[in-house]
Design a protein around this ligand. Sequence first.
Ligand SMILES: NC(=O)NCCC[C@H](N)C(=O)O
Length: 258
Amino acid sequence: MPSKKALVRRPSPRLAEGLVTHIEREKVDVDRAVEQWEAYVEALRTHGWETIEVEPADDCPDSVFVEDTVVMYRNVALITRPGAESRREETAGVEEAVARLGCSVNWIWEPGTLDGGDVLKVGETVYVGRGGRTNAAGVQQLRAAFEPLGARVVAVPVSKVLHLKSAVTALPDGTVVGHIPKVDRPSLFPGFLSVPEESGAHVVLLGAHKLLMAASAPQTAELLTDLGHEVVTVDIGEFEKLEGCVTCLSVRLRELYA
Ligand SMILES: NC(=O)NCCC[C@H](N)C(=O)O
């Protein structure tokens, strides 16, 4: 049976020092962030996901954004080489966690850089954002890792936001959702739905038509509910101050067989 496991990583006490690239820095309340993280993890559990905590990386301020350190395709875990040097030490603990789960492990190597936030899977299509964190060598290495497994890798430019998945994610039916002012080339996606809020572009598929979204996108939640989806919301305001989204706080492992 397909698995419903999700990797998560407890916030570092140094979270407030996390990187900020495209927005003004705002003070982060770490205690509040921990509460928000716990509620996020609880939402995953409530909707049927077994959460697995990666060993915390207290010296790495951005380590809670675990999605950036590994990309899954089938049972292969591609350990990334994050574009920001300050994030490179985050990968060791994640590598150990996925190896323990029985994944095959592969790596992005120098000179490649790639952040998991730049990778969006829609069926067998793997979109990869070529932007501030993922370089051309990273894209090539991702192709080399996943195309032999049947993936169709499509590279798309990202210039307006941190990661591809800060701009677009996908609904269960494959429709790509994005907030137009933040999307470089909406026409690259076969089915594109424009949403009214930037954080409305971030959905985590909890299963069937259930979507996890940030509480900061009420109009998009209404739009998607009206299209027959069930929307579950969480407040992740402290992580949004660091350019984090609902997607980046977990890595869903859907194709491991127990
Ligand atoms: N995949 C994501 O959306 N990751 C967010 C990473 C935020 C972190 N402050 C960073 O700049 O790397």
